[in-house]
Ligand binder design. Structure first.
Ligand code: NAI
Ligand code: MG
Length: 499
Protein backbone atom coordinates (compact mmCIF):
# COMPACT_ATOMS: atom_id res chain seq x y z
CA UNK A 1 0.00 0.00 0.00
CA UNK A 2 2.86 2.35 0.81
CA UNK A 3 4.04 2.03 -2.76
CA UNK A 4 0.58 3.07 -3.97
CA UNK A 5 0.53 6.07 -1.64
CA UNK A 6 4.01 7.13 -2.75
CA UNK A 7 3.01 6.84 -6.38
CA UNK A 8 0.08 9.16 -5.66
CA UNK A 9 -2.46 6.50 -6.68
CA UNK A 10 -3.82 5.98 -3.18
CA UNK A 11 -4.77 8.80 -0.85
CA UNK A 12 -3.63 8.81 2.75
CA UNK A 13 -7.29 9.03 3.77
CA UNK A 14 -8.19 5.76 2.02
CA UNK A 15 -5.05 4.09 3.28
CA UNK A 16 -5.95 5.14 6.84
CA UNK A 17 -9.43 3.68 6.44
CA UNK A 18 -8.07 0.38 5.15
CA UNK A 19 -5.55 0.13 7.99
CA UNK A 20 -7.96 0.73 10.84
CA UNK A 21 -9.62 -1.95 12.93
CA UNK A 22 -12.79 -3.00 11.14
CA UNK A 23 -16.10 -3.85 12.77
CA UNK A 24 -19.52 -5.16 12.01
CA UNK A 25 -22.22 -2.50 11.65
CA UNK A 26 -25.24 -3.29 13.81
CA UNK A 27 -27.76 -0.71 15.05
CA UNK A 28 -25.59 2.04 13.54
CA UNK A 29 -22.75 1.02 15.85
CA UNK A 30 -19.41 -0.47 14.99
CA UNK A 31 -19.20 -3.70 16.95
CA UNK A 32 -16.58 -6.43 17.15
CA UNK A 33 -17.49 -9.94 16.02
CA UNK A 34 -18.36 -12.07 19.07
CA UNK A 35 -15.85 -14.78 18.23
CA UNK A 36 -13.06 -12.30 17.57
CA UNK A 37 -12.42 -14.29 14.39
CA UNK A 38 -11.16 -12.31 11.38
CA UNK A 39 -10.26 -12.99 7.78
CA UNK A 40 -7.70 -11.40 5.48
CA UNK A 41 -8.53 -9.06 2.61
CA UNK A 42 -6.01 -9.19 -0.22
CA UNK A 43 -4.93 -6.76 -2.92
CA UNK A 44 -5.54 -8.64 -6.19
CA UNK A 45 -2.83 -6.66 -7.97
CA UNK A 46 -0.10 -8.30 -5.87
CA UNK A 47 -1.75 -10.80 -3.52
CA UNK A 48 -0.65 -8.89 -0.41
CA UNK A 49 -2.84 -8.62 2.66
CA UNK A 50 -4.32 -5.17 3.09
CA UNK A 51 -6.73 -5.64 6.00
CA UNK A 52 -8.29 -8.00 8.51
CA UNK A 53 -12.04 -7.95 8.72
CA UNK A 54 -14.32 -9.52 11.34
CA UNK A 55 -16.07 -12.78 10.56
CA UNK A 56 -19.69 -12.66 11.71
CA UNK A 57 -20.93 -15.94 13.17
CA UNK A 58 -24.60 -16.93 13.69
CA UNK A 59 -24.76 -15.01 17.00
CA UNK A 60 -23.62 -11.80 15.29
CA UNK A 61 -26.10 -12.46 12.50
CA UNK A 62 -28.82 -12.88 15.11
CA UNK A 63 -27.93 -9.51 16.65
CA UNK A 64 -28.10 -7.86 13.24
CA UNK A 65 -31.45 -9.47 12.41
CA UNK A 66 -32.86 -8.42 15.79
CA UNK A 67 -31.73 -4.85 15.16
CA UNK A 68 -33.37 -4.91 11.74
CA UNK A 69 -36.57 -6.40 13.20
CA UNK A 70 -36.77 -3.77 15.95
CA UNK A 71 -36.25 -0.98 13.42
CA UNK A 72 -38.91 -2.46 11.19
CA UNK A 73 -41.57 -2.89 13.86
CA UNK A 74 -41.12 0.29 15.88
CA UNK A 75 -38.96 3.37 16.06
CA UNK A 76 -38.51 6.25 13.65
CA UNK A 77 -38.20 4.23 10.44
CA UNK A 78 -41.48 2.40 11.00
CA UNK A 79 -43.28 5.73 11.49
CA UNK A 80 -41.43 7.76 8.89
CA UNK A 81 -43.41 9.40 6.10
CA UNK A 82 -42.60 8.42 2.53
CA UNK A 83 -41.29 11.93 1.84
CA UNK A 84 -38.84 11.74 4.72
CA UNK A 85 -37.76 8.25 3.74
CA UNK A 86 -37.13 9.47 0.21
CA UNK A 87 -35.07 12.38 1.54
CA UNK A 88 -32.84 10.02 3.49
CA UNK A 89 -32.25 7.81 0.47
CA UNK A 90 -31.44 10.92 -1.55
CA UNK A 91 -29.09 12.18 1.18
CA UNK A 92 -27.27 8.86 1.16
CA UNK A 93 -26.77 9.36 -2.58
CA UNK A 94 -25.42 12.87 -1.97
CA UNK A 95 -22.94 11.65 0.63
CA UNK A 96 -21.73 8.82 -1.57
CA UNK A 97 -21.22 11.37 -4.33
CA UNK A 98 -19.29 13.57 -1.92
CA UNK A 99 -17.04 10.63 -1.02
CA UNK A 100 -17.02 9.16 -4.53
CA UNK A 101 -13.31 9.62 -5.27
CA UNK A 102 -12.35 7.99 -2.01
CA UNK A 103 -14.85 5.14 -2.43
CA UNK A 104 -13.65 4.54 -5.98
CA UNK A 105 -10.07 4.20 -4.74
CA UNK A 106 -11.14 1.80 -2.05
CA UNK A 107 -13.11 -0.27 -4.56
CA UNK A 108 -10.26 -0.31 -7.03
CA UNK A 109 -7.77 -1.38 -4.35
CA UNK A 110 -10.00 -4.16 -3.01
CA UNK A 111 -11.58 -5.48 -6.23
CA UNK A 112 -8.81 -4.61 -8.69
CA UNK A 113 -10.98 -2.77 -11.20
CA UNK A 114 -9.59 0.25 -13.03
CA UNK A 115 -10.06 3.42 -10.99
CA UNK A 116 -11.58 5.15 -14.02
CA UNK A 117 -14.30 2.48 -14.19
CA UNK A 118 -14.85 2.44 -10.43
CA UNK A 119 -15.34 6.21 -10.41
CA UNK A 120 -17.04 6.64 -13.77
CA UNK A 121 -19.35 3.64 -13.66
CA UNK A 122 -19.78 2.01 -10.25
CA UNK A 123 -19.90 5.21 -8.22
CA UNK A 124 -21.92 7.29 -10.66
CA UNK A 125 -24.42 4.51 -11.21
CA UNK A 126 -24.77 3.91 -7.46
CA UNK A 127 -25.47 7.58 -6.78
CA UNK A 128 -27.99 7.78 -9.62
CA UNK A 129 -29.76 4.67 -8.41
CA UNK A 130 -30.15 6.03 -4.88
CA UNK A 131 -31.68 9.21 -6.28
CA UNK A 132 -33.96 7.28 -8.60
CA UNK A 133 -35.12 4.97 -5.81
CA UNK A 134 -35.53 7.85 -3.36
CA UNK A 135 -38.13 9.19 -5.78
CA UNK A 136 -40.15 5.97 -5.65
CA UNK A 137 -40.72 6.07 -1.89
CA UNK A 138 -43.69 8.43 -2.41
CA UNK A 139 -45.14 6.51 -5.34
CA UNK A 140 -45.78 3.04 -3.95
CA UNK A 141 -49.49 2.79 -4.54
CA UNK A 142 -52.33 0.36 -4.00
CA UNK A 143 -55.59 0.13 -5.91
CA UNK A 144 -59.19 0.76 -5.17
CA UNK A 145 -60.86 -2.41 -6.46
CA UNK A 146 -64.50 -2.77 -7.57
CA UNK A 147 -65.83 -6.11 -6.26
CA UNK A 148 -68.88 -8.07 -7.43
CA UNK A 149 -70.11 -9.41 -4.12
CA UNK A 150 -73.73 -8.89 -3.08
CA UNK A 151 -74.31 -5.68 -1.08
CA UNK A 152 -72.14 -2.66 -0.35
CA UNK A 153 -68.41 -3.09 -0.13
CA UNK A 154 -65.24 -1.08 -0.17
CA UNK A 155 -62.10 -2.90 -1.24
CA UNK A 156 -58.59 -1.68 -1.70
CA UNK A 157 -55.02 -2.94 -1.82
CA UNK A 158 -51.85 -1.53 -0.41
CA UNK A 159 -48.22 -2.36 -0.98
CA UNK A 160 -46.42 -2.87 2.31
CA UNK A 161 -42.70 -3.38 2.87
CA UNK A 162 -41.86 -7.04 3.01
CA UNK A 163 -39.94 -6.72 6.29
CA UNK A 164 -36.43 -7.74 7.29
CA UNK A 165 -34.29 -8.52 4.24
CA UNK A 166 -31.02 -10.42 4.00
CA UNK A 167 -29.01 -9.09 1.09
CA UNK A 168 -26.05 -11.16 -0.04
CA UNK A 169 -23.81 -9.71 -2.72
CA UNK A 170 -20.75 -10.78 -4.75
CA UNK A 171 -17.32 -9.29 -5.36
CA UNK A 172 -17.48 -8.14 -9.01
CA UNK A 173 -19.17 -4.77 -8.35
CA UNK A 174 -19.04 -4.75 -4.54
CA UNK A 175 -20.39 -1.30 -3.71
CA UNK A 176 -22.71 -1.06 -6.69
CA UNK A 177 -24.29 -4.44 -5.91
CA UNK A 178 -24.75 -3.31 -2.31
CA UNK A 179 -26.53 -0.17 -3.54
CA UNK A 180 -28.64 -2.15 -6.03
CA UNK A 181 -29.87 -4.06 -3.00
CA UNK A 182 -30.29 -1.40 -0.33
CA UNK A 183 -31.69 1.44 -2.47
CA UNK A 184 -35.04 -0.18 -3.44
CA UNK A 185 -35.37 -1.85 -0.04
CA UNK A 186 -34.99 1.54 1.66
CA UNK A 187 -37.47 3.13 -0.74
CA UNK A 188 -39.98 0.41 0.11
CA UNK A 189 -39.50 0.88 3.87
CA UNK A 190 -37.80 -2.43 4.61
CA UNK A 191 -34.92 -2.98 7.00
CA UNK A 192 -31.96 -5.08 6.07
CA UNK A 193 -28.81 -6.99 6.84
CA UNK A 194 -26.29 -6.73 4.03
CA UNK A 195 -23.47 -9.20 3.62
CA UNK A 196 -20.71 -8.19 1.21
CA UNK A 197 -18.53 -10.86 -0.38
CA UNK A 198 -15.59 -12.02 1.70
CA UNK A 199 -13.21 -11.14 -1.15
CA UNK A 200 -14.26 -7.46 -1.21
CA UNK A 201 -15.79 -6.23 2.06
CA UNK A 202 -14.08 -2.84 2.35
CA UNK A 203 -16.40 -0.53 0.42
CA UNK A 204 -19.41 -1.90 2.33
CA UNK A 205 -17.65 -1.12 5.60
CA UNK A 206 -17.04 2.45 4.47
CA UNK A 207 -20.66 2.58 3.31
CA UNK A 208 -21.67 1.69 6.88
CA UNK A 209 -20.04 4.87 8.15
CA UNK A 210 -21.76 6.90 5.45
CA UNK A 211 -25.13 5.37 6.29
CA UNK A 212 -24.71 6.52 9.88
CA UNK A 213 -23.57 9.95 8.66
CA UNK A 214 -26.66 10.21 6.44
CA UNK A 215 -28.87 9.87 9.52
CA UNK A 216 -30.58 6.67 8.48
CA UNK A 217 -32.08 5.46 11.77
CA UNK A 218 -30.37 2.72 13.71
CA UNK A 219 -31.09 -0.86 12.74
CA UNK A 220 -32.40 0.00 9.27
CA UNK A 221 -29.23 -1.09 7.47
CA UNK A 222 -26.91 -3.53 9.20
CA UNK A 223 -23.74 -4.82 7.59
CA UNK A 224 -22.06 -8.06 8.54
CA UNK A 225 -18.85 -9.33 6.99
CA UNK A 226 -18.04 -12.99 6.57
CA UNK A 227 -17.98 -15.79 4.05
CA UNK A 228 -20.65 -18.23 2.90
CA UNK A 229 -21.23 -19.41 6.48
CA UNK A 230 -22.35 -15.91 7.45
CA UNK A 231 -24.58 -15.83 4.38
CA UNK A 232 -26.04 -19.23 5.26
CA UNK A 233 -26.78 -18.07 8.82
CA UNK A 234 -28.76 -15.17 7.36
CA UNK A 235 -30.72 -17.43 5.02
CA UNK A 236 -31.47 -19.86 7.85
CA UNK A 237 -32.56 -17.16 10.30
CA UNK A 238 -36.29 -17.59 11.04
CA UNK A 239 -36.88 -13.87 11.45
CA UNK A 240 -35.63 -12.88 7.99
CA UNK A 241 -38.57 -12.32 5.64
CA UNK A 242 -36.75 -12.05 2.35
CA UNK A 243 -33.40 -12.97 0.84
CA UNK A 244 -32.05 -11.04 -2.13
CA UNK A 245 -28.98 -12.67 -3.61
CA UNK A 246 -26.54 -11.99 -6.43
CA UNK A 247 -23.87 -14.57 -7.16
CA UNK A 248 -23.32 -18.04 -8.52
CA UNK A 249 -26.11 -20.32 -9.67
CA UNK A 250 -24.93 -23.06 -7.29
CA UNK A 251 -25.15 -20.84 -4.24
CA UNK A 252 -28.48 -19.46 -5.50
CA UNK A 253 -29.92 -22.97 -5.64
CA UNK A 254 -28.70 -23.66 -2.12
CA UNK A 255 -30.30 -20.43 -0.89
CA UNK A 256 -33.64 -21.38 -2.47
CA UNK A 257 -33.55 -24.76 -0.74
CA UNK A 258 -32.61 -23.36 2.66
CA UNK A 259 -35.04 -20.48 2.34
CA UNK A 260 -37.85 -22.99 1.74
CA UNK A 261 -37.69 -24.12 5.38
CA UNK A 262 -39.11 -20.82 6.54
CA UNK A 263 -40.86 -19.93 3.23
CA UNK A 264 -38.72 -16.87 2.68
CA UNK A 265 -39.30 -14.68 -0.28
CA UNK A 266 -36.22 -15.19 -2.39
CA UNK A 267 -34.95 -13.26 -5.39
CA UNK A 268 -31.88 -14.39 -7.27
CA UNK A 269 -29.60 -12.73 -9.79
CA UNK A 270 -27.27 -15.50 -10.92
CA UNK A 271 -24.78 -16.33 -13.61
CA UNK A 272 -24.92 -15.88 -17.35
CA UNK A 273 -23.40 -16.98 -20.64
CA UNK A 274 -24.73 -14.19 -22.78
CA UNK A 275 -24.81 -14.61 -26.56
CA UNK A 276 -24.08 -11.78 -28.99
CA UNK A 277 -25.16 -12.30 -32.60
CA UNK A 278 -23.40 -10.35 -35.35
CA UNK A 279 -25.09 -10.15 -38.77
CA UNK A 280 -23.35 -9.35 -42.06
CA UNK A 281 -24.90 -5.88 -42.17
CA UNK A 282 -23.70 -4.91 -38.68
CA UNK A 283 -21.87 -1.59 -38.41
CA UNK A 284 -18.37 -2.78 -37.44
CA UNK A 285 -17.40 0.54 -35.85
CA UNK A 286 -20.18 0.00 -33.35
CA UNK A 287 -20.03 -3.77 -33.11
CA UNK A 288 -16.38 -4.31 -32.25
CA UNK A 289 -16.22 -1.82 -29.35
CA UNK A 290 -19.62 -3.08 -28.16
CA UNK A 291 -18.47 -6.68 -28.08
CA UNK A 292 -15.09 -5.80 -26.57
CA UNK A 293 -16.65 -3.75 -23.78
CA UNK A 294 -19.15 -6.55 -23.25
CA UNK A 295 -16.43 -9.07 -22.48
CA UNK A 296 -13.38 -7.12 -21.31
CA UNK A 297 -15.02 -4.49 -19.07
CA UNK A 298 -14.42 -5.37 -15.42
CA UNK A 299 -12.02 -8.10 -16.63
CA UNK A 300 -15.02 -10.09 -17.84
CA UNK A 301 -16.40 -10.39 -14.32
CA UNK A 302 -19.88 -9.28 -15.30
CA UNK A 303 -22.84 -11.61 -15.16
CA UNK A 304 -23.99 -10.35 -18.60
CA UNK A 305 -20.55 -10.47 -20.26
CA UNK A 306 -20.74 -11.10 -24.02
CA UNK A 307 -18.95 -14.41 -23.70
CA UNK A 308 -20.50 -16.31 -26.67
CA UNK A 309 -20.23 -14.37 -29.90
CA UNK A 310 -21.96 -15.75 -32.98
CA UNK A 311 -20.61 -13.99 -36.07
CA UNK A 312 -21.85 -14.52 -39.62
CA UNK A 313 -19.09 -16.15 -41.65
CA UNK A 314 -18.87 -13.12 -43.94
CA UNK A 315 -17.83 -10.95 -40.97
CA UNK A 316 -16.29 -13.62 -38.77
CA UNK A 317 -12.69 -12.70 -39.63
CA UNK A 318 -13.40 -9.03 -39.07
CA UNK A 319 -14.95 -9.75 -35.67
CA UNK A 320 -12.05 -11.94 -34.57
CA UNK A 321 -9.47 -9.43 -35.83
CA UNK A 322 -11.38 -6.58 -34.23
CA UNK A 323 -11.52 -8.31 -30.85
CA UNK A 324 -7.84 -9.13 -31.16
CA UNK A 325 -7.06 -5.47 -31.82
CA UNK A 326 -9.19 -4.37 -28.86
CA UNK A 327 -7.53 -6.97 -26.63
CA UNK A 328 -4.15 -5.73 -27.83
CA UNK A 329 -5.09 -2.18 -26.87
CA UNK A 330 -5.86 -3.14 -23.26
CA UNK A 331 -3.54 -1.51 -20.76
CA UNK A 332 -3.11 -4.15 -18.08
CA UNK A 333 -2.05 -3.10 -14.60
CA UNK A 334 -3.14 -2.40 -11.03
CA UNK A 335 -6.58 -0.86 -10.93
CA UNK A 336 -5.36 2.17 -9.01
CA UNK A 337 -3.11 3.27 -11.88
CA UNK A 338 -5.29 5.73 -13.85
CA UNK A 339 -3.88 4.48 -17.16
CA UNK A 340 -5.05 0.90 -16.52
CA UNK A 341 -7.97 -0.35 -18.59
CA UNK A 342 -7.81 -4.02 -17.57
CA UNK A 343 -7.17 -4.84 -13.93
CA UNK A 344 -6.52 -8.15 -12.22
CA UNK A 345 -9.10 -10.84 -11.54
CA UNK A 346 -10.50 -10.16 -8.08
CA UNK A 347 -9.35 -13.28 -6.22
CA UNK A 348 -6.80 -16.03 -6.53
CA UNK A 349 -9.62 -18.58 -6.59
CA UNK A 350 -11.30 -16.87 -9.54
CA UNK A 351 -7.92 -16.39 -11.26
CA UNK A 352 -7.29 -20.15 -11.01
CA UNK A 353 -10.78 -20.81 -12.33
CA UNK A 354 -10.32 -18.56 -15.37
CA UNK A 355 -6.90 -20.08 -16.16
CA UNK A 356 -8.45 -23.54 -15.76
CA UNK A 357 -11.11 -22.74 -18.35
CA UNK A 358 -8.52 -21.46 -20.81
CA UNK A 359 -6.56 -24.72 -20.37
CA UNK A 360 -9.73 -26.76 -20.78
CA UNK A 361 -10.57 -24.89 -23.98
CA UNK A 362 -7.06 -25.52 -25.32
CA UNK A 363 -7.25 -29.23 -24.42
CA UNK A 364 -10.68 -29.51 -26.01
CA UNK A 365 -9.26 -28.20 -29.29
CA UNK A 366 -10.17 -24.51 -29.22
CA UNK A 367 -7.73 -22.18 -30.96
CA UNK A 368 -6.26 -19.39 -28.85
CA UNK A 369 -6.25 -16.44 -31.21
CA UNK A 370 -5.07 -13.95 -28.62
CA UNK A 371 -3.86 -14.05 -25.01
CA UNK A 372 -4.45 -17.25 -23.10
CA UNK A 373 -1.88 -16.71 -20.36
CA UNK A 374 -1.33 -15.15 -17.01
CA UNK A 375 0.00 -11.60 -17.27
CA UNK A 376 3.04 -10.56 -15.19
CA UNK A 377 4.36 -12.62 -12.30
CA UNK A 378 2.45 -11.24 -9.34
CA UNK A 379 -1.20 -10.66 -8.67
CA UNK A 380 -4.12 -12.26 -10.46
CA UNK A 381 -3.83 -10.86 -13.98
CA UNK A 382 -5.10 -12.75 -17.01
CA UNK A 383 -4.50 -11.63 -20.59
CA UNK A 384 -7.60 -10.73 -22.55
CA UNK A 385 -8.24 -13.94 -24.44
CA UNK A 386 -10.00 -14.68 -27.73
CA UNK A 387 -10.91 -18.29 -28.53
CA UNK A 388 -11.92 -19.65 -31.93
CA UNK A 389 -12.89 -23.12 -33.17
CA UNK A 390 -15.04 -23.83 -30.17
CA UNK A 391 -17.89 -26.33 -30.21
CA UNK A 392 -21.08 -26.30 -28.23
CA UNK A 393 -20.09 -29.14 -25.94
CA UNK A 394 -16.92 -27.43 -24.64
CA UNK A 395 -16.92 -26.13 -21.08
CA UNK A 396 -15.74 -22.72 -22.36
CA UNK A 397 -19.07 -22.45 -24.19
CA UNK A 398 -21.37 -24.05 -21.63
CA UNK A 399 -20.12 -22.62 -18.34
CA UNK A 400 -19.72 -19.12 -17.00
CA UNK A 401 -15.99 -18.32 -17.02
CA UNK A 402 -16.28 -14.89 -15.40
CA UNK A 403 -13.02 -13.63 -16.84
CA UNK A 404 -11.79 -11.75 -19.95
CA UNK A 405 -12.25 -14.79 -22.20
CA UNK A 406 -14.46 -14.73 -25.26
CA UNK A 407 -15.48 -17.47 -27.71
CA UNK A 408 -16.28 -16.51 -31.31
CA UNK A 409 -18.40 -18.95 -33.30
CA UNK A 410 -19.20 -18.60 -37.02
CA UNK A 411 -22.66 -19.15 -38.51
CA UNK A 412 -23.65 -19.42 -42.16
CA UNK A 413 -26.48 -18.58 -44.52
CA UNK A 414 -28.16 -21.90 -43.76
CA UNK A 415 -28.62 -20.67 -40.19
CA UNK A 416 -31.98 -18.98 -40.45
CA UNK A 417 -33.86 -17.19 -37.75
CA UNK A 418 -34.90 -20.43 -36.01
CA UNK A 419 -31.39 -21.88 -35.99
CA UNK A 420 -29.90 -18.70 -34.55
CA UNK A 421 -32.54 -18.48 -31.87
CA UNK A 422 -31.86 -22.12 -31.03
CA UNK A 423 -28.09 -21.50 -30.79
CA UNK A 424 -28.48 -18.37 -28.67
CA UNK A 425 -30.89 -20.16 -26.35
CA UNK A 426 -28.79 -23.32 -26.09
CA UNK A 427 -27.67 -22.54 -22.54
CA UNK A 428 -28.99 -23.00 -19.00
CA UNK A 429 -28.64 -19.27 -18.49
CA UNK A 430 -30.76 -16.35 -19.66
CA UNK A 431 -29.49 -13.07 -18.31
CA UNK A 432 -28.43 -11.00 -21.32
CA UNK A 433 -28.10 -11.23 -25.10
CA UNK A 434 -27.34 -8.86 -27.93
CA UNK A 435 -27.98 -8.54 -31.65
CA UNK A 436 -25.81 -6.44 -33.95
CA UNK A 437 -27.51 -5.50 -37.22
CA UNK A 438 -28.83 -2.51 -39.18
CA UNK A 439 -32.06 -4.38 -39.90
CA UNK A 440 -34.32 -3.09 -37.15
CA UNK A 441 -37.18 -5.48 -37.93
CA UNK A 442 -34.85 -8.43 -37.72
CA UNK A 443 -33.38 -7.19 -34.45
CA UNK A 444 -36.74 -6.73 -32.72
CA UNK A 445 -38.00 -10.10 -33.94
CA UNK A 446 -34.95 -11.79 -32.44
CA UNK A 447 -35.35 -9.76 -29.24
CA UNK A 448 -38.75 -11.41 -28.77
CA UNK A 449 -37.47 -14.92 -29.19
CA UNK A 450 -34.22 -14.88 -27.25
CA UNK A 451 -34.77 -16.12 -23.73
CA UNK A 452 -32.97 -13.50 -21.67
CA UNK A 453 -33.91 -10.82 -19.16
CA UNK A 454 -32.20 -8.12 -21.23
CA UNK A 455 -31.68 -8.01 -24.99
CA UNK A 456 -29.44 -5.29 -26.35
CA UNK A 457 -29.43 -4.10 -29.94
CA UNK A 458 -26.15 -2.75 -31.33
CA UNK A 459 -24.64 -2.60 -27.86
CA UNK A 460 -23.92 -5.03 -25.03
CA UNK A 461 -23.75 -4.42 -21.27
CA UNK A 462 -25.24 -0.99 -20.44
CA UNK A 463 -27.81 -0.83 -17.66
CA UNK A 464 -29.93 2.05 -16.50
CA UNK A 465 -31.51 2.86 -13.15
CA UNK A 466 -34.97 2.80 -14.76
CA UNK A 467 -34.59 -0.50 -16.62
CA UNK A 468 -35.56 -3.74 -14.91
CA UNK A 469 -32.64 -6.16 -14.84
CA UNK A 470 -32.66 -9.87 -14.08
CA UNK A 471 -32.71 -13.39 -15.38
CA UNK A 472 -34.66 -15.95 -17.32
CA UNK A 473 -34.03 -19.66 -16.76
CA UNK A 474 -31.18 -20.47 -14.36
CA UNK A 475 -30.02 -16.86 -14.29
CA UNK A 476 -32.57 -16.35 -11.55
CA UNK A 477 -35.75 -14.40 -10.99
CA UNK A 478 -36.81 -11.05 -9.62
CA UNK A 479 -35.83 -7.74 -11.19
CA UNK A 480 -33.46 -5.06 -9.93
CA UNK A 481 -33.85 -1.40 -10.85
CA UNK A 482 -36.94 0.21 -12.27
CA UNK A 483 -40.14 0.05 -10.23
CA UNK A 484 -39.89 -3.74 -10.44
CA UNK A 485 -37.10 -3.56 -7.85
CA UNK A 486 -39.31 -1.64 -5.43
CA UNK A 487 -42.08 -4.19 -5.95
CA UNK A 488 -39.61 -6.92 -5.04
CA UNK A 489 -39.40 -5.43 -1.55
CA UNK A 490 -43.14 -5.06 -1.05
CA UNK A 491 -46.10 -7.35 -0.58
CA UNK A 492 -49.73 -6.65 -1.39
CA UNK A 493 -52.38 -6.50 1.30
CA UNK A 494 -56.06 -6.60 0.41
CA UNK A 495 -58.60 -4.82 2.64
CA UNK A 496 -62.25 -5.70 2.15
CA UNK A 497 -64.91 -3.81 4.12
CA UNK A 498 -68.63 -4.61 4.27
CA UNK A 499 -70.31 -1.25 4.45
P1 NAI B 1 -20.90 -17.28 -4.53
O1 NAI B 1 -22.25 -17.28 -5.13
O2 NAI B 1 -20.51 -18.48 -3.73
O3 NAI B 1 -20.73 -15.99 -3.59
C1 NAI B 1 -21.53 -14.83 -3.68
C2 NAI B 1 -21.97 -14.41 -2.30
O4 NAI B 1 -22.69 -15.47 -1.68
C3 NAI B 1 -20.82 -14.09 -1.35
O5 NAI B 1 -21.21 -13.02 -0.53
C4 NAI B 1 -20.70 -15.37 -0.53
O6 NAI B 1 -20.13 -15.18 0.74
C5 NAI B 1 -22.15 -15.78 -0.41
N1 NAI B 1 -22.37 -17.19 -0.12
C6 NAI B 1 -21.59 -18.25 -0.46
N2 NAI B 1 -22.15 -19.40 -0.04
C7 NAI B 1 -23.30 -19.07 0.57
C8 NAI B 1 -24.35 -19.83 1.20
N3 NAI B 1 -24.29 -21.15 1.28
N4 NAI B 1 -25.41 -19.17 1.70
C9 NAI B 1 -25.49 -17.83 1.61
N5 NAI B 1 -24.54 -17.07 1.04
C10 NAI B 1 -23.46 -17.67 0.52
O7 NAI B 1 -19.87 -17.02 -5.70
P2 NAI B 1 -18.28 -17.21 -5.70
O8 NAI B 1 -17.94 -18.52 -5.06
O9 NAI B 1 -17.65 -16.01 -5.16
O10 NAI B 1 -18.00 -17.28 -7.26
C11 NAI B 1 -18.23 -18.48 -7.98
C12 NAI B 1 -18.70 -18.19 -9.36
O11 NAI B 1 -19.95 -17.56 -9.32
C13 NAI B 1 -17.83 -17.25 -10.17
O12 NAI B 1 -16.77 -17.92 -10.76
C14 NAI B 1 -18.81 -16.72 -11.19
O13 NAI B 1 -18.93 -17.62 -12.26
C15 NAI B 1 -20.11 -16.70 -10.43
N6 NAI B 1 -20.47 -15.35 -9.96
C16 NAI B 1 -21.51 -14.71 -10.55
C17 NAI B 1 -21.85 -13.43 -10.15
C18 NAI B 1 -22.97 -12.68 -10.76
O14 NAI B 1 -22.98 -11.47 -10.72
N7 NAI B 1 -23.97 -13.32 -11.30
C19 NAI B 1 -21.08 -12.72 -9.13
C20 NAI B 1 -20.03 -13.50 -8.53
C21 NAI B 1 -19.74 -14.77 -8.95
MG1 MG C 1 -18.74 -19.79 -3.54
Amino acid sequence: MNQMIQSGFLSQEVSNFVSKTHHLFINNKMVAAKSGETFAVLNPANGEKIADVPHANPEDVDDAVRAARAAFESGPWARMTPVDRGKLVWRLGDLIEKHADELAQLESLDNGKPITAARGVDLNFGVELLRYMGGWSTKILGNSVPVSLEGDWHAYTMREPVGVCAQIVPWNYPLLMAIWKIAPALAAGCTMVLKPAEQTPLSALRLAEIIAEAGIPEGVVNIVTGDGRTGAALVEHPDVDKVAFTGSTDTGKRIMKTGADTVKKVSLELGGKSPAIVFPDAEMDVTIPGLATGIFFNAGQSCTASSRIFAHKSVYDKVVAGLEAEANKAIIGPGLDPSTTLGPITSDEQFQKVCGYIDAGRNDGAEIVFGGKRWGNEGYFVEPTVLANTTNDMSVIREEIFGPVVCVIPFGDDDGHDELVQKANDTDFGLGASVFTRDIGHAHKLARRIKAGTVWINTHLPNDVALPFGGYKQSGYGREMGFEAVELYTQVKTVLAKL
